[in-house]
Design a protein around this ligand. Sequence first.
Ligand code: SF4
Length: 111
Amino acid sequence: MNDSHPKLKSRRKFLQVAPVIGMSALGWTEGALAQDAILKDSDPEAAAIEYRTDAAQVDPSKHPKYVAGQNCSNCNIFYADTGAPTGACGIVFGKLVAATGWCTSYEKKPS
Ligand code: SF4
């Protein structure tokens, strides 16, 4: 095969375009999660885990497991950069949760 062979031209074109497509898809995913999809207290999936955006609003009489100071940012299944206001949760799919949030699946992050 020489340089002008159609298969080589096609492969070369794919290698030029693939990173652009990949970066676009990644950017869209991060953008969609970061800007559009933050779990709200009123969402059905929030109700299922009794999630509150503000852990200070958790009623300890209804949730005896709750201890003041617990929130998503110190939960073992919260994934975000340190100090980020929102992050991904291991049990909430497609939406971010607030670092200040809390739910009944809270699991203390090991120190
Ligand atoms: S499991 Fe942890 S990170 Fe996820 S919503 Fe509940 S408290 Fe927050």
